[in-house]
Write a protein that binds this ligand. Structure first.
Ligand code: OSB
Ligand code: MG
Length: 371
């Protein structure tokens, strides 16, 4: 596989509903799409960096800079035997995993399309459907939360996650549990608490939550280990798992019992497969996280979720919860049993609507191989 041309686009797409977490609210999604062309085929990747450095240190501006000035020169015109060789070729660049993952994902799509195989199969996955859950943001009121939960259950989702923060935790969880019955329920704090809140967080044990995601700081492992010793509810780490090496430390420290995999956070699919396998070898279940992706990143997430240790429903929901219309066709849909079909065509298996990309584009840059 050889990438002859790389196109970067910054897009702005309005969200169907605003999304609020402990670190803030967004009404529009700003993101980068990478398109690579080579050997007569095209591949796409989505960067999960956001406009602001609140979920992670990376932003669209840093990703654009790193891709254009450091990643593109290391991949354009280079012969790669397999897309798993892309991440190691970027080893000189420290961090910037979201930027790396966006280009690497486009390379996997390109390679899969050239071979005429679905991305899932090239990644080593076997399932034809994946289990889908939803992530419900912080709501203006408990009534809004209850209404939102009813709507998602009616849509078929069989795992509900609600965002929490200090001042929006016990009440919302009580409301949510009353609505969902015995449907699996979990919470995500996006790093909003400290170890001083341990007694307060232990009160969540009464609600039989499937897990509590990232209660403490975004780069912490040690305090999560201390907190896990004081909670019955399993801790799942998201933000903290920036690399496979940190995951190894977190598992050894018993800082979590579950791990959320987002390829963007750890540098792409090759690293995601390593993390998936590491967790499997330690009996740690994984699930696929979400970053409010457009259909391009969403399709990719579905393909990765076909690996066997993705044994819990992911934050990989239907397109229409996020964007209407989506930039792909057909849109991703959830069935009444809460599952999503894995697209069967080559690569991502979805058609990219270039006209919709054009409509949402804020800026474009095209880079070509010099050799
Ligand atoms: O922490 O999982 C998170 C969205 C943006 C940034 C971080 C997170 C999220 C979500 C939404 O929870 C998941 C989704 O529906 O895509
Ligand atoms: Mg999270």
């Amino acid at each position: 596989m050889r990438i002859e041309r790389l196109e970067l686009r910054l897009l702005k797409l309005p969200l169907v509903h605003f999304f609020e977490t402990s670190f803030g609210r967004i009404d529009d999604k700003h993101f980068i799409i990478v398109r690579v062309d080579g050997g007569g085929a095209t591949g796409y990747g989505e960067c999960v960096a956001e406009r602001d450095p609140y979920y992670s240190a990376e932003t669209n501006e840093t990703a654009w800079h790193i891709i254009a000035d450091f990643i593109a020169p290391r991949v354009l015109g280079v012969d790669f035997a397999h897309p798993r060789d892309v991440f190691p070729a970027l080893k000189a660049i420290r961090g910037h995993n979201m930027a790396k993952a966006a280009v690497e994902m486009a390379a996997w799509d390109l390679h899969s399309r050239q071979r005429g195989e679905p991305l899932a199969r090239v990644l080593g996955g076997a399932r034809h459907r994946i289990a889908s859950g939803v992530s419900i943001g912080i709501q203006p009121s408990l009534d809004d939360l209850a209404a939102k939960i009813e709507r998602e259950l009616a849509a078929g989702y069989r795992r509900i996650k609600i965002k929490i923060k200090p001042g929006w935790d016990l009440g919302p969880v009580e409301t949510a549990r009353a609505r969902v019955g015995d449907v699996p329920l979990m919470v995500d704090a996006n790093a909003a608490y400290t170890l001083a809140d341990a007694d307060h967080l232990a009160r969540l044990d009464a609600f039989g939550l499937m897990m509590i995601e990232q209660p403490l700081d975004y780069d912490d492992v040690a305090d999560h280990a201390a907190l896990q010793r004081r909670l019955q509810t399993p801790i799942c780490l998201d933000e903290s798992i920036k690399t496979v090496a940190v995951a190894r430390e977190a598992i050894a420290a018993r800082a979590c019992r579950i791990i959320n995999i987002k390829p963007g956070r750890i540098g792409g699919f090759a690293e995601s497969i390593r993390l998936h396998d590491l967790c499997a070898s330690h009996g740690i279940p994984v699930w696929h996280g979400g970053m409010l992706e457009s259909g391009i990143g969403r399709a990719a997430n579905i393909h990765l979720s076909t690996l066997p240790n993705f044994s819990l429903p992911g934050d990989v929901a239907a397109s229409k919860r996020y964007f209407d219309p989506d930039v792909i066709e057909p849109p991703i849909e959830v069935a009444a049993d809460g599952t999503i079909e894995v697209p069967g065509g080559p690569g991502l298996g979805v058609s990219i609507r270039e006209d919709r990309l054009d409509h949402a584009t804020l800026k474009v840059s095209t880079l070509k191989a010099q050799r």
